[in-house]
Ligand binder design. Structure first.
Ligand SMILES: [Zn+2]
Length: 127
């Protein structure tokens, strides 16, 4: 599973960062997940929670912070992608929300900028 290997990579980094900072334990881990990464946040969370069971990060709270792209138009308009996650009354909160979005100013198709990152934003450790 895609998310499992990503979770392993994140957890390897968490452990090595914590150890190099002489951590006794880890309180929380905040992971930024871009909305355009094709990562399923629920699956990633499930894998991370499974992986913190027998290492220095045992018991750590895992926080997933979803990162929205900015929507930009060639006319100069730009706004945060989270404002474009509805189509009529329907909430579209996945990658489809950021494809073929017309600019509210000029009607041209906007492009998404950012939102492709998968990063450890912060690790709160006990020293
Ligand atoms: Zn425009």
């Amino acid at each position: 599973m895609h998310e499992y290997s990503l979770a392993c990579e994140i957890m390897d980094n968490v452990v090595s960062i914590s150890e190099s900072n002489q951590a006794k334990s880890v309180n929380s881990i905040t992971v930024g997940v871009g909305k355009l990464t094709h990562v399923n946040p629920d699956q990633l969370m499930f894998c991370l929670e499974a992986l913190v069971s027998d290492n220095i990060a045992q018991g750590a709270e895992i926080i997933l912070n979803e990162i929205y792209p900015d929507m930009e138009c060639q006319c100069g308009f730009s706004d945060s992608g989270d404002k474009f996650c509805t189509r009529g009354d329907e909430v579209v909160d996945d990658i489809r929300a950021f494809l073929e979005v017309p600019c509210p100013e000029c009607g041209k198709m906007m492009h998404a900028s950012g939102g492709r990152e998968l990063i450890i934003e912060s690790i709160d450790i006990e020293q």
